[in-house]
Write a protein that binds this ligand. Structure first.
Ligand SMILES: [Zn+2]
Length: 115
């Protein structure tokens, strides 16, 4: 459910950028969505299709770059994707620590069409 306001926000940002550039329409919006961002790409897509109607974003392709969450092992100095039910480092077996990798959520790129 909380994807609704964030999708409105994305459309607002994209529309403002399009207006600044005198664009006729927006063709593509690229989002970076981390696995741990708390946002679900499919829900954003669903809301996007509804909210973008009659805006400059209507018909734009919503592209999502998904980022896997990574953990960090200070002993081995490596980042790794953890296995289900385990926090263990694949090299030494000690529990690693969470990082900010995978918490990303932002608009990376907006493609517009001008005439
Ligand atoms: Zn390790």
């Amino acid at each position: 459910m909380h994807e609704f306001p964030i999708t409105e926000q994305i459309i607002k940002i994209a529309s403002e950028k399009a207006k600044e550039n005198n664009a006729r329409s927006i063709t593509r919006i690229t989002l970076v969505v981390g696995e741990q961002s708390g946002f679900i790409g499919e829900s954003i897509q669903m809301y996007f299709d509804i909210i973008s109607k009659d805006t400059l974003c209507e018909g734009a392709v919503l592209e999502m770059e998904n980022i896997k969450a990574k953990w960090y092992c200070p002993d081995c100095n490596i980042h790794y994707a953890r296995q289900p039910f385990s926090f263990a480092c694949p090299d030494c077996g000690n529990d690693g620590m969470p990082t900010n990798i995978g918490k990303e959520f932002y608009v990376k790129d907006i493609e517009i069409e001008t005439e």
